[in-house]
Design a protein around this ligand. Structure first.
Ligand code: M6R
Length: 604
């Protein structure tokens, strides 16, 4: 949520900042801006600031931007929390003297009180943002030492921040973190930092993940880290493994399409080295025998994979599983203790609600496990034990390959627990799991057929997705995908619930998609399809093979290969990802950056 990038070195900074913002734009895209330390005709240093409402292209196409010259600067791409998206509310924010500029990711909860005090002291505010108080506080405390001014500022603020500050008089950038990620990249004669490691890949692979309540002083080719009390910290340098190629579109029109098509490889990478001779190889630092209950916490798509995880873990291990929205769990004084395992599922590993739920559970003594994609992310660092997805960077706001790899990781986890509890594993399941990447390649062949079907639904206003058992959460996921990128109102339900309410909505304007692949409840789903058809609804069904009985009642079919029940959500979700993608693309919408959304939600 919001992307920040800063650079200090020898190179012309503007192209570096714009390139970084482009890599970060998926984090927020309602406005963007840069602040650069420049030198004026009197040879005095000053801060030159340029910011624009709208996509990054609005900023980068400004004529003035080519005239900004400097080797140190900060830049920001915004996802609005306080104050509408416009030029003034865009970051960076400057102080009254225009000597100091800051960029901020997060929320300053006590900004109104601080603003009131600052205004009484004579500061004039330009924007409606919470962040602007940071610029004025730094100004208030600045007496020549930028780091000290930032520290004093942070002592007063409540809330979350990933922050960068520069001053015309100093040749250093001060960055600080509480709750919003910042990664520092180290080069021979430059230092760069961003809210996401992907933005550093063009420059360096040697990185330091700044921790909460730490600040860093970035200078040309050096970085010093300390906590807010001034105690020096070690530079724990890590190596990024992702390649630049992995975060590019590789000829696909959108990241979302690329990421859907990458799923065979993503799953292969998720499985790699984790099944050997029929045994599951995971290194989990957990006493599995002592676990009496598992609670899964997550948000959005990750919550849907948690729901499927419940069906699978309970069936396989007989350990009771609850699944909670992280945002609800964190505030409801949950019944959790040392005998419980909390599984936090998150693609980004930075989702504020999931992180807070995890911390709440830790406070109550629970054991914790993370199922996370982004290596080195905050959740990944705070859990007792973890399973990385190895899906590679997911840039499209609509999550696709993270979902299917989360399900793969949950399957591995369930099998592992069963094995460690001394139970025999189902060989067929383990074998079929290993064949999953090639089954998914076959499913991807439905792409053109789904595109044809999508053409019939671009004018739809509503959509219903129905499934049962492990495929009920797949219906929820299909609905979420469609609504977030095509802006069509969509709901997911367990098919049998239709008669308890949603059936009232069925008419010729209501498309209903059934996940009707072979399962124990197939006959019941067939009855539901008939009920919709009898009321004039348009029906689409995902089925396993030509099926005369079902085909009598459906308008459109999507055929996917048959698989075991446990794996069916991974197969069945793929046509739903394509459907959402093609409906949105045919409507001419910005698939990768849907309105009002951001990839990583690091605010409450
Ligand atoms: O990074 P996380 O998995 O924690 O993100 C959770 C949700 O914000 C995310 O899944 C969101 O719902 C996606 N936009 C869904 O496509």
């Amino acid at each position: 949520m919001c992307g920040i990038i800063c650079y200090v070195g020898k190179e012309d900074v503007v192209p570096i900042l714009l390139n970084g913002l482009q890599m970060l734009e998926y984090r927020g895209y309602d406005s963007a801006g840069i602040a650069v330390r420049t030198t004026n005709e009197n040879n005095c240093n000053e801060i030159t600031l340029l910011k624009k409402k709208g996509r990054l292209s609005e900023l980068s196409s400004q004529k003035e931007i080519t005239e900004i010259k400097g080797t140190m600067g900060i830049a920001h791409t915004r996802w609005a929390t306080h104050g509408e998206p416009n030029d003034v509310n865009a970051h960076p924010h400057a102080d009254c003297t225009n000597k100091i500029a800051i960029i901020h990711n997060g929320i300053i909860e006590n900004y109104s009180a601080l603003k009131k005090i600052l205004e009484e002291e004579g500061h004039t505010f330009c924007s409606q943002t919470d962040s602007e108080v940071l610029a004025h506080l730094v100004e208030k405390f600045y007496t020549g030492d930028l780091k000290e001014a930032v520290k004093k500022t942070l002592n007063l603020v409540e809330g979350t921040f990933g922050l960068a500050a520069i001053c015309a008089d100093n040749d250093e950038i001060i960055i600080a973190r509480r709750g919003s990620p910042i990664v520092i990249g180290l080069g021979k004669d430059f230092t760069i930092a961003a809210s996401d490691a992907t933005a550093l890949l063009n420059h360096t692979r040697r990185v330091i993940y700044l921790q909460d309540d730490e600040l860093a002083i970035l200078k040309e080719g050096s970085c010093t880290i300390e906590d807010f009390a001034g105690e020096k910290k070690d530079n724990n340098i890590e190596e990024i493994k992702w390649s630049v190629e992995q975060v590019e579109k590789k000829g696909y029109k959108h990241f979302m399409l690329k990421e859907i098509m990458e799923q065979p490889l993503a799953i292969e990478n998720c499985l790699r080295g984790r099944i050997k001779n029929g045994k599951i190889k995971l290194t989990l630092n957990l006493d599995l025998k002592s676990i009496k209950k598992i609670t899964i916490v997550a948000c959005g798509t990750s919550w849907h994979s948690g729901l499927i995880g419940k069906y699978i873990i309970e069936a396989m291990t007989k350990i009771p599983v609850e699944v909670d929205y992280a945002s609800e769990f964190r505030y409801r004084d949950p019944l959790v203790n040392e005998d419980n395992l909390i599984i936090a599922i998150s693609q980004s590993g930075e989702t504020a609600d999931t992180l807070a739920a995890l911390r709440e559970a830790k406070k109550k003594g629970a054991k914790t496990l993370g199922i996370i994609n982004v290596v080195g992310s905050t959740i990944a660092r705070e859990v007792d034990s973890g399973i990385y997805l190895h899906a590679g960077p997911e840039i499209g706001v609509a999550s696709t390959k993270a979902f299917t790899t989360q399900l793969t990781a949950l399957l591995l986890f369930s099998l592992y627990v069963k094995q460690e509890l001394g139970e025999e594993l189902d060989d067929e399941l383990v074998e079929t799991l290993l064949e999953l990447p090639s089954s998914i390649k076959t499913v991807l062949d439905c792409r053109d057929a789904v595109k044809e079907i999508a053409k019939h639904f671009i004018a739809s206003k509503n959509f219903l997705f129905l499934g049962r058992d492990v495929n009920f959460p797949v219906a929820l996921e299909g609905a979420l995908k469609l609504k977030e990128i095509s802006y069509i109102h969509a709901e997911g339900y367990p098919a049998a619930e239709m008669k308890h309410g949603p059936i009232a909505l069925i008419d010729s304007e209501m498309p209903v998609l059934f996940i009707a692949t072979k399962c124990l409840l197939s006959d019941k789903i067939l009855s539901n399809i008939q009920e919709v058809k009898a009321r004039g609804g348009k029906t689409i069904a995902i089925i396993n093979e030509e099926d005369n009985e079902i085909e009598r009642f459906i308008d459109y079919k999507i055929i996917v290969p048959h698989t075991l029940k446990e794996l069916s959500p991974i197969i069945n979700v793929i046509p739903l990802q394509f459907l959402a993608y093609f409906v949105a693309d045919l409507k001419g919408l910005d698939v990768d950056k849907p309105r009002n959304l951001a990839k990583s939600v690091t605010v409450e």
